[in-house]
Design a protein around this ligand. Sequence first.
Ligand code: NDP
Length: 298
Amino acid sequence: MRVAFLGLGAMGRPMAANLARHHETWVYNRTAAVARAHAAAHGTSVAADLAEVALCGPQVVATCLPTTVEVAAVAEQLLDSLRPGTVWLDHTSGDPQATRELADRCAARDVALLDAPVSGGTDGAAAGTLTVMVGGDGAALGRVSAVLDAVAGRVVHVGPSGAGMAVKAVNNALLATSLRAAAEGLVALRASGVATSTALEVINASSGRSFATERLLPERVVPRTFPRTFSLGLLAKDVGLAAGVVRTAGLQAPVLDLVDELTRAAADSRGGAVDHTELVRMVEDAAGLELGGDEERT
Ligand code: NDP
């Protein structure tokens, strides 16, 4: 299939590289040098602007942009020039309601917009093993299964338009909750004289374990590396979207509201560009001690 992939960020670059192994892949990026470097490294073709994206006549458009605001801005320029029958896979972790509205505008042009946010991080993107949670028309999803197979280890059709975005938002709210809560507990254990690696060894063989305790804390926090793969600003955006899902459902979620507030405060204080695991540093700073680092060597 001919695919146009828009947004070569931390996730988009490896996703488009995997697509290019199986499909004719055109790439567009706001900063054009990134697209040119991608073409040189992975054999993709460059669309210099959105007019060229339309001209290459893609059967599938894929976007992986920070928020639905940027996706809607791209649609504003691109939608009228897409061929009827095009399927648009939006891999952005986006806003469910705004995505539904955009899907309606696309449907009026006979373009099927599927929300298809992903989970698995930059490692999963590089390995082509992402989990994709899809919202929207099942028949359109069937037409692009070969495209999703190039980037995904698991594809789940979770419901109508917007449902994929809602599931992704709640997933990431749970990530923020477990990361923050694990940091609070481990800092308390450290203050009580238990080394972080020792505590993690126990927790990861027990019922309190999570992705935060099994992967993020041992791999990024204990060695004090905090590599930038998923920004704290994007995580704060996702937790805010989850709070919106709760409000739309007419429910209350005091824990998620608090995590929303704490994650936004962390992004404001440390800057949105740092890795999301810097959430832990907020907890460390308040306690006046660090997890891992020298304590592991003494
Ligand atoms: P990055 O910040 O690394 O990349 C963002 C991309 O969007 C870049 O290509 C950037 O272009 C482009 N962009 C930004 N603003 C605009 C704009 N106004 N118009 C056009 N293009 C724009 O983000 P990620 O790749 O990390 O994340 C992308 C999406 O995937 C987000 O919704 C995120 O929440 C989600 N996600 C991220 C994961 C991760 O581990 N990083 C994991 C799962 C989901 P330019 O090069 O010009 O800046």
